[in-house]
Design a protein around this ligand. Structure first.
Ligand SMILES: [Zn+2]
Length: 254
């Protein structure tokens, strides 16, 4: 299995990062996409990926909640890094109207410009969308073409959001711990999402799946998410592993 969204470099793992990675590998999770969020965590992200080549794959981007007054500097940093190193995606990027809309104008600008950075390099984008599907769609409607591909990470939308995403034709849905929550309506939405459009992800250390909800999330819990998808689609967990791994390899070119 492939965890397509893990912040394993974050300080929550300072005490046991290697052990957490080994636990995940022991549970059948063999590769990890590791997105940074801004300059402040970039070095830690790169160190992890350099320590585990072929296992941890780096993505660089300016996260919407990190868009502040200095966002031009941050965007210049992303562009410079894309020229210096090999990344599997631009991310995570997007729009977040949940935490704050103080910088919404700058968020829109940063998202659109990073889509174009990715497009020019033929890289997928990792989209963070929180209370912001209308904002995201407005930008994609303007700039999307067949070279713009990616994943809606931690997908939290409704059926109409998925149907709209499907129209673009080049995006997948990142499915994480929320699918295991007892009160989640996500399963009903995922009913209409074929598994060929799904990627597994944890978003560790956040969004911990049941029955570990409330504790730190880690990639070793990916099988809990795969199992839930297997039940939903009435197929084996091996089949979920096979198809979502193929999806991830095709999306991130790994
Ligand atoms: Zn994330």
């Amino acid at each position: 299995m492939i965890d397509t969204h893990s912040h394993l470099y974050s300080k929550e793992f300072d005490a046991d990062r290697d052990a957490a990675l080994k636990r995940a590998i022991g549970n059948g999770v063999s590769q990890f996409i590791i997105p940074s969020t801004d300059m402040s965590d970039f070095d830690a992200m790169m160190k992890l990926c350099n320590d585990y080549p072929g296992v941890c794959f780096p993505a660089v981007g300016l996260h919407p909640t990190s868009v502040k007054d200095d966002y031009e500097n941050e965007l210049a940093f992303v562009e410079k890094q894309l020229d210096l190193n090999r990344f599997v995606a631009v991310g995570e990027i997007g729009i977040d109207c949940y935490w704050s809309v103080d910088y919404i104008v700058q968020q829109r600008d940063a998202f659109e410009r990073q889509i174009k950075l990715a497009e020019r390099r033929n890289l997928p984008i990792i989209i963070h969308a929180r209370n912001s599907f209308a904002e995201i769609f407005a930008i994609l409607d303007r700039v999307h073409n067949s070279n713009v591909k990616g994943v809606f990470h931690g997908f939290s939308g409704v059926r109409d959001d998925y149907l709209k995403i499907k129209e673009y034709g080049t995006f997948m849905i990142g499915v994480g711990g929320v699918i295991t929550f007892k009160n989640s309506k996500l399963s009903q939405v995922l009913d209409i999402v074929p598994i060929t459009d799904m990627l597994l992800e944890t978003d560790a250390p956040y969004l911990t799946p049941h029955p570990y909800r409330g504790q730190r999330n880690e990639s070793s819990y990916i099988p809990l998410i795969a199992q839930k998808i297997a039940e939903l689609k009435n197929i084996s967990i091996e089949e979920v592993d096979k198809i979502t791994s193929e999806n991830a390899k095709a999306m991130f070119n790994i």
